[in-house]
Write a protein that binds this ligand. Sequence first.
Ligand code: GCO
Length: 450
Amino acid sequence: MGFRKDFVWGGATASYQIEGAAYDDGRGLSVWDMFCKQEGRIKDGWNGDVACDHYNLYQTDVDLMKEIGYKAYRFSIAWPRILPEGTGAVNEKGLDFYDRLVDSLLEANITPYVTLFHWDYPYELFRKGGWMNPDSPKWFADYADIVARRLGDRVKNIFTHNEPQCFIGMGYQDTEHAPGIRFPIWDTLLMAHNVLLGHGYAIQALRAAIPDAKLGIAPTCSAHYPDTDSPEDIEAARKAIFDIEPDRPFWSVSLWSDPVFKAEYPKKLWDLFGQHMPKIGADDMKIISQPLDIYGQNIYNGQAIRSDGKGGYDFVQRPWGNPITAAKWPITPKALRWGPKFMFDRYGKPIYLTENGLSCQDAVSLDGKVHDPNRIDFLHRYLKELRNAADDGVDILGYFHWCVTDNFEWAKGATERFGMIYCDFETQERILKDSAYWYRDVIRANGENL
Ligand code: GCO
């Protein structure tokens, strides 16, 4: 069967990781600008002040996407570039930039897919309590409305949040990401609820402004998969992927996606943290669970799961010396078959793989090229498994490789290269890596050559 004939092949990025121009044309501060100023927070001390200078070089990047043959490009909009204070006065120059970018993409026959929030939270709103402030859901919805009114005539595919697991879990619990301040569980659960309310109100605003839009959300997950194809291991893996870990609740996918698609928090969350859950307003779950058209999932890896023979599950010890990426993430292609399958079975929404890829220790060889055989092998293995998911009947609409260009990899700075396009951060030269040419051929064959 293979991928659907109109399968969307593309790549993804995020505003703070690529744009640069952090202090240009009226952009306001984000929590990441302030986080990077704190000694020791970023592995190599880099920041997003310039990054890949995509704000000025976007046409170069669009031309390269076109050369690779992208059908679509998923990018995020920098909230503080649109609303420097997070609310209030709109920065027209910020909107103008995304206008230009969208027009350039459409000119290149590349469909724009927008993520409204990919972690660069307005610092002025953080100072007002951020996601703990009861007004925070409406702040986000007002921002969504402004974007929709300016771009909605040309942008028809919009995700509200990217990976709330990270911007709440890593920002306010693990503290590896901005703002890097640990809050107690009763505050982080309140933040999560406001994030979800913000999603719901934003969907209402987007639906009103762009009636023909396809709207969704793009969480991530650790896509656990069965150790064997036995029904027992499959059901054990399904239980594991939607479970909630007591010490890392925000890393679950069900905490975020059950409210959105099922209008309820998982029972396990109430069992674990009932006494700390925020007050749920009478209409809250109805607001959060606005009907959606699409579901984004960022999947990089997962864990093999075996039935424990008693209705539960066990994590299977990874084989010694199992393959890992340059970022030391495990390489587990089966995650891209079973993650989408379990999500589609539970939520019933068409799925975009909104992120998948790996960090490699890429460098320019003496021949002036960037040879990345590890990335080609990784993508080949993962895409074959994604095609298996499609053959299993999962409605997979598209795949966005992470990432288009090498970029600012959050707390890892410039030390991890995820791009299919090499970026020299000193000269801003771009070089298509071997994987870009390989991906071009996969796109041309719609994955039939995998
Ligand atoms: C994420 C983020 C991306 C990361 C990428 C590599 O999934 O964590 O969406 O911004 O850069 O995943 O870590």
